[in-house]
Ligand binder design. Sequence first.
Ligand code: TPP
Length: 309
Amino acid sequence: MVRIRRFEEACAEQYSKGRIRGFLHLYVGQEAVAVGVLDCLERDDAVVATYREHGHALARGIDSARLMAEMFGRAEGCSGGRGGSMHVFDAATRFYGGQAIVAAGLPLAVGLALADQMQRRPRVTVCFFGEGAVAEGEFHEAMNLAALWRLPVLFACENNLYAMGTALSRSESETNLCVKAASYEMPAWSVDGMDVLAVEDATRRAMTAVREGGPLFLELRTYRFRAHSMFDPQLYRDKAEVELWKQRDPIPAFASRAQASGALRPEDRAALEQEAEAEMAQAVAFAEAGRLEPVAELARHVYFEGEAR
Ligand SMILES: Cc1ncc(C[n+]2csc(CCOP(=O)(O)OP(=O)(O)O)c2C)c(N)n1
């Protein structure tokens, strides 16, 4: 969680310096979800995420330097510098995005799981999305097919209360997300997304259930401490509300529990912070030293080049 927080803070800084361009959606506040969920995956499981995916990418094991190079649009980036913040991709860790379109990842996750089921590979696809996605047709089509065909998908809905500036109650007649999932005959659990241990515990049980019996929906109740993206004046929520949620910051909350139980000493925490700081400074240096793809290569990757398998 500390590494993710530091990465995001480094991105904000580099964005204000003009080194990162385009859209940038930060994950600060939601770290317990990525860490708690992804800790429960096996190496062969797949991950699909949204445009707020840097935290998922790091927790899945994508190298922070390659991730930062991607933010900078450098050829050394994990998507070759062509994806940027919203389109992180890494075949080696089965990380399939990075999707800029709300709910676009859900049908993709269903397709990946269908392929695994048809080829009898014992894998799970975990699909992260925001609560804003439940208003999209793709959500309902994906939930329906996953339930109908009992596909191994864990739908991980990060309910941070706002889709850009729209509160859930302004766009949905049914605001209980588990009820929506249950209407597709899918087990649905709601979890405190600010508590990394609660997320981990629920996900571990959920993954077993998915491997044995088909899809499951997890609502992870969380909050983003920063704006939707770097261009958002946040007129839709009170500062007092943000401050209230910050009191539940998952990092100090977990640290105090770990310290109280004797698992973490104060000096260990300071060392972790320093390590993360140093790692992100190196990641920025790596990104800065990276190269931009030559214009002559612009048309590469537009069509598939190579042998179809
Ligand atoms: C199909 C589609 N409609 C609208 C948008 C514009 N848009 C970008 S982010 C966003 C809000 C999504 O909120 P949510 O799914 O809750 O995710 P969060 O940003 O909270 O992580 C919208 C409407 C889009 N990218 N795709």
